[in-house]
Design a protein around this ligand. Sequence first.
Ligand code: PLP
Length: 398
Amino acid sequence: MDKKFIDDSHKYLMNTYKRYPIVLRKGRGMKVWSSDGKEYLDFVGGIAVNCLGHCHPKVVITLQKQAQRLLHVSNLYHIEPQIKLAQILIKLSCTDKAFFCNSGAEAIEAAIKLVRKYAKEHTAFNKFEIITTYGSFHGRTLAALSATGQEKFHKGFEPLVPGFKHVPFNDINALKKAISKSTCAVILEPIQGEIGIRMPAEGYLKEVRHICDKHGILLVFDEVQTGVGRTGKFFAYEHYDVEPDIISLAKGLGGGVAIGAMLAKDHVAASFQPGSHASTFGGNPLACAAAITTIETLLEDGFILDNCRRMGRYLMKNLERLKRDFSFLIVDIRGLGLMVGMEITTHGDAIVNACAERGVLINCIAGNVLRFTPPLIVTEKDINHLIDVLEDVLGRIP
Ligand SMILES: *Cc1c(COP(=O)(O)O)cnc(C)c1O
């Protein structure tokens, strides 16, 4: 059964993903099932997307109801769920206005366009340069790719979009040196995701804010991965006592439905006027309705965010215990909430495959960091199972 699907997958799909030989068909909560009926505990969670777990009943019902009412209309008209979602996000954040799109890369593209336009309108000379960090990930479209500070993603696609400068993450002096008269913005992930869960050094984000203020530079936080409760607060920046001017969101925002958002402070957002930017599908009724229910469910009673914080600590504590037992293999455990990485001394692929055989899905980033981004509803029992499986798998490594 699966073999036929997988053969057809190779035959008909562009080879942009190195996929595991698993065809996923159904999901509920923490679990997914493959087409041949095997059950998996999902610690990938669509890579920080399925924040409420798979097919959360409230999200499913919202989608059914909205699908019967209205699927799509043009942004030439006002759209009820879009207005309501904007209101919710603005209330939760330090920003004042929202723009909706369909993905993380699009949210970053929107931010790049906005900071450039803002700079053109507020300075006499041509201010366009954007500073980002090495190891960052901002998406695959050309400007988002140019913002991404990892050469391996650039290879073959040059020339990139001009006007991006990269500096080491957590290096304030490098940032100070990189700033010039043409710098208009700094784009940062509060916690770097794809490079292997890299935490900001104590005081780093605050210093960056301070420097941006001093030079009249806008600060953009790419919260595509860290946002929507992933770190135990709705936005990761809330942990660090610093406010950005612009925020990008996507991944968890729709609870599994594709939606992105770019949020900005009023004076910045004012640089977008009719014609500046647009998206046919951005802010469509279906995706916005899903996002509203996702956020309302996530924040109801504070239970899920609290669970995220507690389970994040529980997971890290147990991984630390594994680290003591496998000190030759495990180098570091890091993360916040349920965005957790375990750096190992070897390539992670074999471990990921062995876990999948035992019915647990995890993934490996940057070659040697196992990443855990499960739904925020994960339980102690689920984590215990993950740890048992990891212990068994690591114990068999010669
Ligand atoms: C995943 C990710 C993106 C890109 O999002 P897409 O929806 O894949 O375009 C951008 N920034 C960060 C921090 C991400 O983790």
